[in-house]
Write a protein that binds this ligand. Structure first.
Ligand SMILES: CC(C)(COP(=O)(O)OP(=O)(O)OC[C@H]1O[C@@H](n2cnc3c(N)ncnc32)[C@H](O)[C@@H]1OP(=O)(O)O)[C@@H](O)C(=O)NCCC(=O)NCCS
Length: 165
């Protein structure tokens, strides 16, 4: 599927409603380790994100937009561990199934030097079939898995660089 071109941009205060539409939706957070957030928490999160930009924090959340438009349709997250960088992506439910997640992961990977690209990982709930499909299409392979306290299983996916179509 050919998704329209996407762009990453900083998250701004005026994205609060879109941010809440994403992270306040129980379906979007279904496989996450947090509960859907309130409108108030969305605003607090955005303040924290903007503060992190000011501190040049390597852990970032950025807005995913359709190129040429301004409205946030998803959030792309990068969390830096001691050795690896973990990516995450969350889209408005109305935007699922259009190839957006595959497109943004590919865009992010293409922006990296090969050495950094090899350090990209993603943690995913074993039941999250769409996300697993996205990662496999983008050239990730399943590595170790672990059983979490809530009895769900988490897979760690490693970028291996042989994306499929
Ligand atoms: C997971 C998520 C990011 C996928 O976004 P998306 O833009 O719909 O993904 P894409 O359209 O690029 O690709 C989805 C793929 O999964 C497939 N898929 C969808 N539902 C599926 C299912 N139940 N079982 C297997 N594959 C499924 C789609 O057919 C597609 O594969 P294809 O291109 O081969 O047909 C989106 O559903 C989302 O935001 N979910 C909530 C947040 C989340 O779970 N994030 C991931 C945390 S690791």
């Amino acid at each position: 599927m050919n998704a329209p071109p996407l762009t990453l941009r900083p998250i701004r205060t005026r994205d609060a409603d879109d941010y809440h539409e994403i992270f306040g939706n129980p379906e979007v957070c279904r496989y996450d380790d947090f509960s859907p957030i309130t409108q108030e928490e969305s605003i607090q999160d955005i303040v924290r994100i903007i503060d992190a930009y000011a501190r040049n924090d390597k852990n970032t959340e950025r807005a995913i937009i359709q190129t040429g438009e301004d409205k946030m349709i998803g959030v792309f997250t990068v969390l830096c561990g001691r050795k690896y960088r973990y990516i995450g992506y969350h889209f408005k439910q109305t935007c699922w199934g259009r190839g957006y997640a595959t497109a943004i992961v590919r865009l992010y990977l293409a922006s990296l030097q090969p050495k950094t690209r090899s350090l990209i990982r993603a943690r995913v709930d074993s039941r999250n079939a769409p996300s697993i499909r996205v990662l496999e299409k983008c050239g990730f392979q399943r590595g170790r898995s672990r059983l979490l306290e809530n009895r769900t299983r988490e897979y760690v996916y490693h970028f291996r660089g042989t994306p499929s179509r």
